[in-house]
Design a protein around this ligand. Structure first.
Ligand code: FE2
Length: 395
């Protein structure tokens, strides 16, 4: 196994602090095996990850861990790692076969959402622990859920994706984004603008749709790999980890964290919304700490600015927060049959440069309730116009 120095340093950093209970960054570059293309299923060897159902208590870096190509992997108390086992595959295949005999993929988003909803009971029956992990994420007990070994056939994948998204909330999208599809297809497009989901370059740390008001913004982002070039990794940094490190620093840095809680920032609406001109939100805070200690985050690192250009303290707050998040990123590949769902408010995500070759990752958004979106747009959903939402964002 060869690990680059940067990854080695990150691993060492975690090992030096075994009581934090954090996940080691799982890095595709350390993998000897990649999923194969045989049949509708991803290879078992895609990732050697421990299953928390069988794991020892969090906090011990060796507890419950397996050796994955020499890289010890252990569990984070807020991230669920799971691999579909052989018996579960068999059961899920059976459920999918029966379901596909009785249902065809509809063309309209509302019917697609119904199909996803109908398949939830099959997921619960075939892979109950996965369903339970998603329910725990919905309850706030996990910030992210990563699962390997799911079906890779497109017909199966979009149904499984929508069902898993449905367990987390109500699937939806904006009509201006990715063709207004409920199951968005993320593919690289040559010549795309930087920091968009279609660029082949690095897509820097961000939360999705930070300029959009809370009740109209995605809570969970669900990604499902169909094709992923080697060494193409998706990263997630839990905000609470980044804040903990900053709080352990100097009083000046602590003061900067407090600045992040003030409405001293504006966020740019995503380029992918295709507005004619650049649109920015009204004054917002970057983080909001809840009573339970969790922090809601809005942080597109490339599309955030202080309300006042000369607010150097706010500029410094952005810089230290970004640096701390970078140090707390764990990375996973969204390979064939891999699923990653993460809470868009509890952490910040990124994607490294896309390797050579084709890539297709399916994405679905979920939100706890469609009520606010329906009220603001006057539309039934699950696909909504963005313009009425922009109006209330105080641009
Ligand atoms: Fe994103």
């Amino acid at each position: 196994m060869s690990i680059d120095r940067q990854t080695r340093n990150r691993i060492d950093r975690y090992i030096d602090r075994p009581n934090t209970g954090r996940a080691l960054p799982f890095n595709a570059r350390s993998r000897a095996a990649r999923p194969n293309d045989s049949g509708p299923w991803a290879s078992d060897t895609v990732a050697h990850l421990a299953d928390p159902e069988n794991a020892s208590p969090v906090g011990n870096p060796t507890a419950g861990a397996r050796e994955g190509n020499g890289t010890p992997v252990f569990l984070d108390e807020r991230v669920y790692f799971g691999q579909i086992e052989a018996a579960e595959k068999e059961q899920l295949t059976e459920e999918l076969d029966q379901f596909l005999m009785a249902n065809t993929w509809p063309s309209d988003a509302a019917s697609q959402a119904q199909i996803g909803k109908a398949f939830v009971e099959h997921i619960k029956r075939a892979v109950p622990r996965i369903s339970q992990a998603l329910q725990k994420a919905k309850q706030g007990k996990y910030d992210a859920v990563y699962i390997t070994g799911l079906p890779v056939d497109l017909n199966c994948a979009r149904i499984v994706l929508l069902a898993m998204t449905q367990i987390l909330g109500e699937p939806f999208n904006y009509s201006c984004q990715n063709g207004g599809e409920l199951v968005m297809e993320l593919r690289p497009i040559e010549g795309s603008v930087g920091n968009t989901n279609s660029t082949r370059d690095d897509f820097a740390l961000h939360t999705d749709d930070a300029a959009v008001p809370d009740a109209a913004r995605t809570e969970f982002i669900c990604l499902y790999g169909i094709v992923n070039p080697p060494n193409t990794l998706t990263g997630f940094a839990p905000t609470i980890d980044a804040l903990r490190d900053l709080r352990a620093s100097t009083s000046f840095v602590n003061a900067l964290v407090d600045v992040l809680k003030e409405r001293r920032f504006r966020f740019r609406f995503p380029t992918s919304f295709n507005f004619e001109e650049e649109l920015w939100s009204g004054p917002c805070s970057v983080i909001k700490v809840n009573d339970d200690g969790n922090a809601e985050t809005r942080f597109p690192s490339f599309a955030v600015k202080p309300v006042r250009d000369d607010d150097f303290i706010a500029h410094a707050a952005i810089a230290v927060f970004r640096a701390s998040l970078e140090l707390n990123v764990f990375e996973v590949p969204i390979d064939q049959g891999c699923f990653l769902a993460f809470n868009n408010s509890r952490g910040v995500h990124k994607r490294g440069a896309i390797g050579k070759g084709e890539r297709l990752v399916l994405r679905a958004y979920s939100i706890q309730s469609l009520d606010f979106l329906r009220e603001v747009t006057g539309e039934p959903g699950p696909i909504f116009s963005i313009d009425p939402i922009v109006e209330i964002a105080g641009t």
